[in-house]
Design a protein around this ligand. Structure first.
Ligand SMILES: C=CC1=C(C)c2cc3[nH]c(cc4nc(cc5[nH]c(cc1n2)c(C)c5CCC(=O)O)C(CCC(=O)O)=C4C)c(C)c3C=C
Ligand SMILES: [Fe+2]
Length: 463
């Protein structure tokens, strides 16, 4: 399992900058070894002197990809890509390059072994440089695959898409076309994509630097389709984290699935082996996704100006919790269980039938929960001067057919909050399991010791 080093929870800013790491004798090899990359094959990394894990870093390798249960960082930059090559080999080569670069960036190293300010004077540097003096900032990079990577994009007349990479019989059952939900006003230019990279960090420049360098490494194979910048996490993913607030001013993430809840993660987040058994009955081999998860992304615009003219009573009634403490309207404190049977004056339920927390609660959803990991966003304003702001909803689930679609159908039809919400972008991605611990061996220059058999994110998909 991906585990953060101790320092990351508290003070990532204490980490050394990339420039300082480069200046350390044998720094790259030592960091690679310390990050668990060494040892396996007697490489330079394995032989390097051991060093303490870098403060402010999370391991890149592990049973699951980092960036799911990792304590939610403060900033997000997410990019969806269209693959522009039709060559399976070039796609695999891209994923190898991304894996190598991600392993380096998440450990606070520059994208390439030479860094931003050395290397041949007549060639572009192998790192763009804007994060050179910044600490690792808890950067995680999480990769996923969209449905179009497997079966292409259907034409407007309904003609089937093209299986460009011979992956159609690997399409996992949960990677469906999401239905239209009422109040959806989706912009195709902010939706879907063959590949996704979620970069989370406690410094926005570190997250943007990561996507920029991955995008650069994709040249000739993939181009950015859409991106979303997020600030102010809207969820807690560990019990140690303070519950943050969304742009409606309410605490968000109170009842989230947390990293410490191993049983809930197994039941609601990680794709179980029997999902592949079910797909096998349909002639699909989706074993590559066992231990992975699905990422649902929804750009949800909030009509902030209208909300701000709404009474506190109305706001709390629509959410179903108090604005100050975040306690259920049935009483107690933030982490008290809501009592949906409690009634007030005239026998009316204290938590209204159309309140968000009642409709999203597991009791109303066949026991379903999800790991939410969203962010606030503000993308300027529209022609009327209204903020284009809201919540970039991100959730990791074991199967969107059971863990997202029914709940979102219910919310979009009945949730009182919907009067203030508009879904403007959408994406669904299969997130493969992690690169195994200790398997990614970086050489002394920080590149994989062997290129052809070094593991990469999503490797099992192409096996
Ligand atoms: C389909 C899933 C969900 C969408 C879309 C969604 C949008 C959304 N939510 C808030 C604010 C809050 N949500 C809260 C709880 C909550 N929300 C969902 C699901 C979706 N939310 C779930 C599963 C839960 C937990 C329910 C439970 O188990 O009790 C809360 C309460 C605090 C908390 O538990 O996090 C708030 C507040 C907004 C503003 C929003 C769209 C912009
Ligand atoms: Fe919610």
């Amino acid at each position: 399992m991906t585990t953060p080093d101790d320092a990351t929870h508290q003070a990532p800013e204490t980490g050394l900058s990339r420039r300082a790491l480069l200046g350390l004798g044998g720094g790259i090899a030592a960091v690679a070894a310390a990050a668990g990359f060494g040892a396996a094959r007697g490489t330079a990394a394995a032989a390097a002197p051991s060093a303490a894990p870098q403060p402010g870093t999370f391991a890149f390798t592990g049973a699951h990809q980092a960036g799911v249960v990792t304590p939610a960082q403060d900033r997000l930059y997410l990019a969806a890509f269209d693959v522009t090559t039709d060559s399976r080999e070039e796609l695999v080569a891209l994923l190898r390059r991304w894996t190598t670069i991600a392993a380096r960036l998440t450990q606070g190293l520059p994208a390439g072994p030479l860094g931003p300010a050395s290397g041949p004077y007549d060639a572009p540097p192998d790192d763009t440089g804007e994060a050179a003096d910044l600490p690792p900032a808890g950067l995680t990079l999480t990769f996923g695959f969209g449905r179009s990577l497997f079966v292409g994009t259907p034409g407007p007349d309904g003609t089937p898409g093209t299986d460009r990479f011979g992956l159609a019989d690997r399409l996992p059952g949960g990677l469906v076309v999401l239905p239209h939900f009422s109040a959806d006003d989706l912009d195709p230019a902010r939706s879907d994509g063959d590949l996704v990279v979620q970069a989370c960090a406690d410094d926005p420049q570190v997250a943007v630097h990561a996507i920029r360098n991955l995008s650069r490494a994709a040249f000739g194979a993939a181009t950015i389709r859409w991106t979303q910048l997020g600030y102010g996490r809207t969820s807690s993913t560990t019990t140690a984290q303070r519950t943050p607030r969304n742009l409606f001013g309410f605490k968000d993430g109170t009842a989230n699935v947390k990293a410490e809840e191993e049983d809930a993660l197994a039941a609601h987040v990680w794709v179980p082996a029997d999902a592949a058994d079910a797909d096998a009955a349909d002639g699909v081999d989706s074993a590559w996704l066992t231990g992975g998860t699905y990422l649902v992304a929804r750009r949800i615009r909030m009509t902030i100006e209208t909300w701000d003219r709404t009474s506190l009573r109305e706001q709390e009634t629509l959410v179903g919790r108090t604005k100050g403490e975040g306690a259920p309207l049935s009483g107690g404190t933030e982490h008290s269980e809501p009592d949906f049977t409690a009634t007030g004056r005239g026998g009316a339920p204290l938590i209204a039938a159309n309140s968000h927390v009642r409709l999203a609660h597991p009791d109303q959803n066949d026991g379903v929960r999800m790991l939410r990991r969203g962010y606030n966003f503000t993308d300027g304003n529209d022609a009327l001067g209204r903020l284009d702001a809201g919540l970039f909803f991100l959730a990791f689930v074991r199967d969107p057919r059971t863990h997202f679609i029914p709940m979102q159908s219910r919310l979009s039809a009945q949730d009182g909050l919907m009067e203030y919400l508009e879904h403007t972008g959408s994406g669904l991605f299969a997130v493969p399991r992690g690169v195994p611990d200790g398997a990614l061996v970086l050489g002394a220059d920080g590149t994989p010791a062997t290129t052809d058999d070094s593991p990469f994110v999503g490797q099992d998909l192409f096996a």
